[in-house]
Ligand binder design. Structure first.
Ligand SMILES: *[C@@H]1O[C@H](CO)[C@@H](O)[C@H](O)[C@H]1NC(C)=O
Ligand SMILES: [Zn+2]
Ligand SMILES: [Zn+2]
Length: 357
């Protein structure tokens, strides 16, 4: 097999999750492939779980990163969607089987053979995929999206995972209509995107959080209409039966019953967080009021493009703290404590990837 392009990234070598410089080889471009110079890559909670082998599937050395914004530097034959110089994005998967029901309906993220951008296995050559904390990516054009040039590119990177994760269920479940009332549970990387999309859709948005000190942030900085402290039964009771839908972004254990009370009859709650333990959903809370609970994971490529186009029209980006790669291990520690508003984004192109920390 021909030698592919040399790539320079930062990889975890073991379950400590510590990242350090790592040189490796990208595949030779196949027909339909796009070569992308990585500019910015966001740091997602999922990266933390994977690099520390918390899900038991880590393949080291492991280059994380799946919120990529970059510029096309080369295209193989057969590429029609992109040309050199285009600003593009890559999310948390880079391929799928392309034939199953999910793939044919545009719900690639639910393909049983989904190839993750990082720590995935290439369907054609069996190699391990390496993520966006590296200078170059090679991705089949069908799994690359166009990033509107009106958006700041660092703030756009988290749209590729955090953004689509909340946007997709909002559209799928009709929680994108002016005048509807949306509840957003948890104000982190996902939640703050939910507030921004909700307001852009013309909805009334209420943030529901355990921390009273996020009130000002939610109302003044992010433009939410109301704020509820989930631990305050009186506030929760006063808001009972007022919401058309709820996006629950919380990955810690938390009571669901009180949230279901906030829904109007026939209201829809969508879970996008991943608590380790099962959530307790009392049947009575669903049956009385005909309420529904769904889950949602990521989104398809066409949905992702629609999300980016919408973000471009409405000027929506994530609130980010941009850091150099030499700061990434500190960023990982701070993300574990939720000490970031609201996403770390690594300035990959502006970092010296060969320098050890
Ligand atoms: C990676 O390759 C560069 C040259 O391209 C070299 O300077 C650097 O020392 C290498 N780093 C590692 C970790 O092997
Ligand atoms: Zn992610
Ligand atoms: Zn498929």
């Amino acid at each position: 097999m021909a030698e592919g392009m040399e790539a320079h990234g930062w990889a975890a070598r073991d379950a400590s999750g510590h990242l350090s410089p790592f040189n490796f080889s990208r595949r030779v471009q196949r027909d339909g492939d796009v070569t992308i110079k990585v500019l910015f890559c966001g740091l997602c909670h999922t990266d933390l779980h994977v690099i520390k082998n918390e899900w038991g599937n880590a393949m080291y050395p492991l280059v994380p990163g799946h919120e990529v914004v970059g510029v096309v530097t080369d295209v193989a034959s057969g590429v029609t969607k992109f040309k050199a110089g285009d600003t593009v994005g890559v999310g948390y998967f880079v391929d799928s089987c392309r034939t199953c029901e999910s793939c044919s309906k545009g719900y690639e993220s639910y393909c049983p053979q989904l190839v993750q951008t990082s720590n995935g296995i290439d369907l054609l050559d069996g190699s391990t995929t390496q993520g966006g904390f590296s200078d170059v990516l090679i991705v089949s054009q069908g799994y690359v999206v166009r990033v509107p040039e009106t958006l700041s590119l660092d703030g756009a990177a988290p749209l590729l995972c955090a953004g689509i994760t909340v946007f997709s269920p909002m559209v799928q479940y009709g929680l994108n209509a002016p005048g509807k009332h949306l509840g957003v549970v948890g104000l982190g990387g996902l939640g703050h995107m939910g507030v921004k999309f909700g307001k852009a859709f013309g909805m009334t948005v209420t943030v529901i959080s355990t921390s009273p000190d996020k009130r000002e942030e939610a109302l003044d900085r992010l433009g939410a209409d109301a704020f509820l402290v989930s631990r305050d039964p009186e506030q929760m009771k006063a808001a009972a039966s007022t919401m058309d839908g709820i996006i629950d972004t919380v990955s810690a254990e938390h009571p669901v019953e009180a949230l279901l009370e906030l829904l109007k009859p026939m209201g829809q709650m969508v879970i996008v967080g991943l608590p380790a333990k099962p959530l307790e959903v009392p049947a009575f809370s669903l049956v009385a009021g005909g309420k529904r609970v769904a889950g949602s994971g990521g989104g398809g490529i066409a949905e992702c493009q629609a999300m980016l186009d919408f973000a471009g029209e409405h000027g929506i980006t994530a609130d980010v703290e941009v850091v150099g790669m030499d700061y990434v291990n500190t960023a990982i520690q701070r993300l574990e404590r939720n000490d970031v508003r609201y996403r770390f984004v690594v300035d990959v192109a502006g970092s010296n990837l060969g320098v050890s920390d």
